[in-house]
Design a protein around this ligand. Structure first.
Ligand code: CMP
Length: 135
């Protein structure tokens, strides 16, 4: 077991729907520790940098609009195998395919509105923590 830190963004639609508490409660109940938490707005520039690997996809403009359309919650979570544990709680990318019981399976209907982003590797977690918590 390795103690890891991971990074999540509770997306604007989830904030708008008052799901912050519900989503954070799932991570806390699992035993993960919330190390940092911030409510903020993501600029277009930072959203484009964060999703640069999707720049050529047809859904890119729609995704950037969705991520910058309202406040988000940024969080650093820590615990044993936190990256995998969080991704298991979050579920598959497409809410139409995510298993019931997962965050995306329980709260979303269609892409790009999948409620939450979670880092997918230790390298991505480090990079994203630096991008979003520069200070
Ligand atoms: P996320 O985990 O934040 O990483 C990339 C995001 O792009 C993803 O969640 C979805 O919000 C969005 N996305 C991925 N695939 C599609 C798609 N086929 N159509 C629309 N949005 C998508």
């Amino acid at each position: 077991m390795a103690i890891e830190q991971t990074f999540v963004i509770i997306k604007p639609e989830a904030v708008e729907r008052k799901l912050i508490g519900e989503i954070l409660a799932r991570f806390e109940r699992k035993g993960l520790e919330i190390k940092r938490l911030a409510v903020t707005n993501i600029t277009k520039e930072v959203a484009e940098e964060h999703y640069a690997h999707h720049r050529d996809k047809s859904f890119f403009p729609h995704l950037i609009d969705a991520m910058t359309g309202g406040p988000v919650v940024l969080a650093i979570l820590e615990g044993d195998e936190a990256i995998t544990q969080v991704r298991n709680l979050v579920g598959a990318t497409d809410p139409a395919k995510a298993a019931p019981g997962t965050i995306r399976g329980d709260f979303g209907l269609r892409l790009p509105y999948n409620m939450i982003h979670a880092a997918d590797s230790p390298g991505a977690a480090r990079e994203e923590i630096l991008r979003f918590f520069r200070n």
